[in-house]
Design a protein around this ligand. Structure first.
Ligand code: AMP
Ligand code: MG
Length: 416
């Protein structure tokens, strides 16, 4: 174990390098399509047939031979009706048209569809075409969206609405996905009480476990809340040992310089290989990262914002890699700063901010948070403004970067 304080970048490299060697653990399972949302695809998906599988009408209207409707108006005899899901054996004869619905297979002998809006129904089954047509109009040719055997989804992709629709369209009632990592969450501190209790003087409610559960869920992993361990060796040992049964263990608190900060000694006692124990960042300096067998173990600083920030920077990428996602990148956006920021810590700072897209420009507004313990000043943030280590201040109007963890706000005066 080195006692050096790593830069954020070096610390992230250590974490990613370690967790990539553990990826073998990210086993694969097969689940019903309906249970696959937010999971990560572990196979490549190919088209089982051409798409569309037949020349498909894109409109409700009349299938014609375009050369019969080269001039307009012209009248043709409606010889049959083709509904979606049906085909007709009949071949179009000269002077005829077939009524056709959106999604139906365009019949033999026809090469275009005239929208119903451009026709008039006449007596005796005749249809008058008010506009000319050209070959291929309103017809999606067989195979024009993809050919049987074409790959349409790659492994490492998160399954959301459109992916699910593609899987359904290709007949995948079951999908191979990566197993979701199990993440144990352990709060530490003699001052903590469970949220059901009324805190006595000097006590506070355990809030970190809940932000961490939320962050783990947002990453698509499975949280396991182990509750609170007290600041004594026997209790910590017992609970940390239990946490080590999960894929990832997150311990919050107990990693700073206090007399009762016993998490790191317990990690070492239990054989956790500690790779770093401090990162040059604010908040979140006393972040500890280790590995134990093929598990990742984090000691996250106790202050609510420190825990939150350390998770976004170090744990989120691990959970992405362990889930088989093709990228572990942080979602960093660039926007214009809306007020001055002074930052004299000499460390990289990650300050609660609101990122809003306004008329095509991204604006980043730092929030008035009172520091790493001030959860309440940060609750409206959706991003962390990044103040690089070497910058002592950022000026209003400059371009700055922010790590986005929530939904990007959008404000525009244009209306759809
Ligand atoms: P520690 O790192 O254990 O010294 O904790 C630093 C600060 O974070 C102290 O003020 C703790 O009371 C607070 N803290 C630690 N754990 C939690 C938690 N689970 N929920 C809320 N605050 C916490
Ligand atoms: Mg503590």
């Amino acid at each position: 174990m080195g006692s050096a304080v790593l830069s954020v970048q070096s610390a992230r490299e250590v974490v990613l390098q370690q967790c990539r060697t553990l990826v073998a653990r990210s086993a694969v399972e097969t689940v019903p399509l309906l249970d696959s949302f937010q999971r990560v695809l572990a196979e490549s998906v190919t088209l089982d047939r051409d798409q569309p599988p037949f020349d498909r009408s894109m409109r409700d209207g009349f299938a014609v031979r375009a050369e019969d409707v080269r001039s307009a108006p012209v009248t043709l005899l409606c010889a049959a009706e083709v509904k979606a899901g049906e085909t007709t054996e009949r071949t179009l004869q000269p002077g005829e048209t077939f009524q056709i619905m959106t999604g139906a297979a365009v019949p033999q002998g026809t090469d275009s569809v005239v929208m119903v809006e451009h026709t008039e129904r006449m007596s005796g089954g005749e249809v008058r075409f008010l506009r000319t047509s050209r070959p291929g109009e309103n017809v999606a040719p067989k195979g024009s969206e993809g050919r049987a055997g074409d790959a349409v989804l790659q492994p490492g992709r998160r399954i959301s609405a459109l992916e699910a629709a593609v899987l359904a369209a290709t007949g995948r009632a079951h999908v191979r996905v990566f197993r979701r990592p199990l993440v144990a969450i352990l709060a530490t501190g003699d001052e903590l009480v469970e949220i059901e209790s009324v805190p006595r003087s000097g006590q506070i409610r355990n809030s970190n476990s809940f932000s961490l559960v939320g962050q783990v869920l947002r990453c698509g992993a499975v949280p396991l809340n182990l509750g609170i361990a007290r600041d004594n060796l026997p209790d910590l040992r017992r609970q940390v040992r239990q946490g080590l049964e999960s894929d990832v263990l997150l311990v919050s608190g107990g990693v700073s310089m206090g007399k009762y900060d016993l998490v790191e000694p317990v990690f070492e006692e239990l054989g956790v290989m500690v790779h770093f124990e401090a990162v040059s960042m604010r908040p979140g300096k006393p972040t500890v990262f280790g590995t134990w067998n093929d598990r990742c173990v984090f000691g996250l600083p106790g202050n609510p914002l420190s825990t939150f920030v350390a998770f976004e920077l170090f744990v989120r990428p691990v959970l992405r890699v362990l889930q088989g996602l093709s990228s572990a990148d942080l979602p960093i956006v660039t926007g214009r700063l809306q007020s001055d920021v002074v930052e004299r810590s000499g460390r990289s700072a990650f300050l609660p901010a609101l990122a809003v897209s306004r008329l095509g420009n991204l604006e980043i507004t730092p929030l008035n948070s009172k520091g790493s313990a001030d959860l309440f000043g940060a609750v409206e943030s959706n991003a962390l403004l990044i103040v690089p280590m070497e910058a002592a201040r950022l000026n209003c109007g400059e371009l700055a970067q922010a790590l986005l963890f929530g939904e990007l706000g959008c404000e525009m005066d244009a209306r759809l």
